[in-house]
Design a protein around this ligand. Structure first.
Ligand code: HXC
Ligand code: NAP
Length: 283
């Protein structure tokens, strides 16, 4: 859906770029001409992703970093600049999550998630932001939130709180850093199958938790759909879009609408019952 040179020679950092959605976005950016800086704690997963970037005709630096540690993030950005001479974009994709009754959460458990998702996103945004400001040519920062950053969610309290913080970070810096021509946007995905998310969030025997049946589109998201949205938001053509969180969820987050539950029932039965409720025609 895009010209092959949409992101030509842009240098894009992807946190958590060795697995799941981060890898899918990185590979799509590579197909569109970007150079990638892939970062996460495990060298082997980013090395493998870098190989796949090369297979797509582009190049990647696989640089480990723990986004909870600001010095580690600064080192990663310095390595990116040493390799490519500059940075143009950042995808804040790395995250941690687990399901837990909130009354059973320990302060350490809450902190573990918030330090990856919120502190880590701040660290990467700040370190890349400073580099973009120094370069003086603007840039783009994209964060992956979730739909429950807006509505909240039971059993994932630390993630919901942290993602809400990332959403507000996006709104805040979009205004503050507009003077540097730095744009910040977010993507709020509904369920997109990945090994990482499914292992953490699909309790055995309770597969209804993440069920495609509850989604108006009646299916989960496909990685290429999210990756194309990311590419659009990273490209120069979206220059007037900033401070936005764009939902991509097949309509799932709108299901709270009072009577939307009727769409989950057999449409023939629903029509029949509603017809019975209709008053007889007058005259
Ligand atoms: C309760 C838990 C827990 C669990 C860990 N803790 N797992 N508490 N239930 N299932 C607590 C521990 O007891 C400890 O608390 C604290 O958290 C830190 O635990 P560690 O094991 O030391 O954590 P750490 O090594 O920092 O690992 C972080 C992690 C891990 C989040 C726990 O799973 C991880 O690294 N995950 C990265 C990948 C990931 O989670 N991907 C899923 C993203 S999916 P104490 O009190 O003992 O210190 C996603 C999708 C959203 O975000 C939307 C879907 C629709
Ligand atoms: P994933 O594969 O588990 O991705 C998480 C990534 O974060 C991993 O690559 C992990 O790599 C990295 N990471 C974790 N802690 C880190 C740290 N301290 N420093 C650096 N990197 C770290 O899960 P995913 O499903 O692709 O999720 C990607 C993003 O999409 C997340 O922000 C998630 O919240 C969001 N999201 C996903 C869904 C979905 O349905 N899949 C829905 C909504 C939102 P290492 O372990 O090597 O560090």
């Amino acid at each position: 859906m895009f010209k092959d040179d949409l992101l030509k020679d842009k240098v894009i950092v992807v946190t958590g770029g060795g697995t799941g959605l981060g890898k899918s976005m990185a590979l799509r950016c590579a197909e569109l001409g970007a150079k990638l800086v892939l970062t996460s704690r495990r060298q082997e997963v980013i090395d493998e992703a870098a190989k796949e970037v090369a297979e797509r005709g582009s190049e990647a630096l696989a640089q480990t970093c723990d986004i909870r540690d600001y010095a580690s993030v600064e080192g990663m950005v310095a390595a990116a600049v040493a390799r490519f001479g500059r940075v143009d974009g950042l995808i804040n994709n790395a995250a941690g999550n687990f399901l837990c009754p909130s009354e059973d959460l320990s302060p350490g458990g809450f902190q573990a998630i918030v330090s990856i998702v919120l502190n880590g996103t701040f660290h990467a945004t700040h370190a890349v932001g400073k580099q973009l400001i120094e370069q003086g040519e603007g840039g783009t920062i994209l964060s992956i939130t979730t739909t429950y950053a807006t509505h909240g969610s039971a059993y994932v309290l630390p993630s919901a709180c942290a993602k809400a913080g990332v959403k507000v970070l996006t709104h805040s810096l979009a205004v503050e850093w507009a003077k540097y021509k730095i744009r910040l946007n977010a993507i709020a995905p509904g369920p997109f199958p990945t090994e990482g998310a499914w292992a953490k969030l699909m309790p055995p025997g309770m597969e209804d938790v993440l069920s495609a049946d509850k989604i108006p589109a009646k299916r989960f998201g496909e990685h290429h759909e999210l990756a194309n949205l990311a590419a659009y938001l990273l490209a120069d053509g979206s220059a007037y879009v900033t401070g936005q969180e764009i939902t991509i969820d097949g309509g799932e987050s709108l299901m709270a609408g009072e009577f939307n539950g009727l769409t989950l029932l057999d449409p023939g039965n629903v029509a029949q019952v509603l017809a019975m409720m209709r008053p007889p025609k007058k005259g």
